[in-house]
Design a protein around this ligand. Sequence first.
Ligand SMILES: [Zn+2]
Length: 142
Amino acid sequence: MSKNAASNATTKVSPFVLLIIILTLVLSLTALIIALSMFSAPAPDYNAVITAGWLTLIGALGLVISTYVLLQARRRTQEKIATPPTLTTVECTKCGFKNVREFQRGDYIFKEAEKCEKCGNPTQIAAIYREVKEGHKERYRF
Ligand SMILES: [Zn+2]
């Protein structure tokens, strides 16, 4: 009955960002190739060398930036997947009955929460914490 977690969630970079990164990579490589051909010209004049130097600089910068952005985006998606769920423990002020539920927006410690399942008295939030647990990562997403 249990589904095997598909391993297709490794890189979820938006296609638009990916397109820009690839475009930057291609342009940078083109700039480097042009620069290389200018440097290896039989008799390069001063202006050609300057232009080739700039092209090399721009090309290298483009390569570094696009690689950096790609790595950052990849790491961010991995972090998002690995984020453990936040849980809230509510405790009855009268009978001490404890209940653990998923964190809800606006929860804070000592806040009056829903009524006690056992005695019907108001409960209070006792703790808010992150559950560090292996597996079941796909189930909890904000
Ligand atoms: Zn109670």
